[in-house]
Write a protein that binds this ligand. Sequence first.
Ligand code: NCD
Length: 323
Amino acid sequence: MQKIQNTALPADQTQNGFFGQDILSVDQFDRQGLAYIFHVAEEMRSMVERFGSADLLQGKILANLFYEPSTRTSSSFIAAMERLGGKVIPIHGVQYSSVSKGESLPDTVRTLETYADVIVLRHPDVGSAALAAHYAKKPVINAGDGIGEHPTQALLDLFTIKEELGTIDGLRVAMVGDLKYGRTVHSLTKLLKLYNVTLEFVSPPMLRIPNNICLELKHVGIPYRELENIHDVIKDVDILYVTRVQKERFSDLVAYEKVKNYYIVDPALMSQAKGKMAIMHPLPRVGEISYAVDEDPRAAYFRQMKNGMYIRMALLAAVLGKA
Ligand code: NCD
């Protein structure tokens, strides 16, 4: 649906390319757009470090609508909005909303946008954010649509890669674990194809990266390999992006049990890795990275998680025309 634009705002705040827009897929971003969001995220971080909060989004309301469990994505969106002076309608746990009475997603979204200025949506169905955006006049931000995409996570992942290694071009990045159902892997891979990288997809045979993503990589000439053994890549990678096997996406729990502990990153494995590299994970982890690795300076997953709030502050400010 055509989005409402507040033309009373000064032009410099509305011409960032994101004002009034939905954020549904990483396909919307080019290198210039990413550089802009990362620059605003850096400014948000220094603002939070110096003052804690600002009044940039004072008077604005975010509807935070989560139809799937979440700790980090949900709470970092709330923190992002509140640190910018805005307010939040949290709908967490659909059992407490009219969804439990059988209300449709379009009707729920049409309701929330009459109260809020922006909607963040997590939902188990691929394409749900696009469906919500079709009915909403206010910007919709996709916080994970089933096994589809998780664009805001990919932005914070890419930001973290740049922060940890100082560059993105020239890196060798390994994605490890559930590459079939892991939406964060799908979105991050799509973003990385804008850079000069080499990709290693390490997974059990039943959890391989989807073919459509391989086709996209071939199309732009990004070199990649599909492997099963993590030892074949550990010595050479600059980024080890580890993921949880997505239990909730399995119809056959016997199959899940077979692959759930396929890879475990522990100090012995890390002793073979480069001195300058980063271990990342979107979290939650359920055993793929042993706690003993947390003390390793290359363990970047807690820094990565923290970056999520700055990226989401930048996105909220951008779509509301205040960045
Ligand atoms: C991820 C997700 O929800 O896709 N978590 C997150 O948003 N940080 C990854 C996962 O659940 O495994």
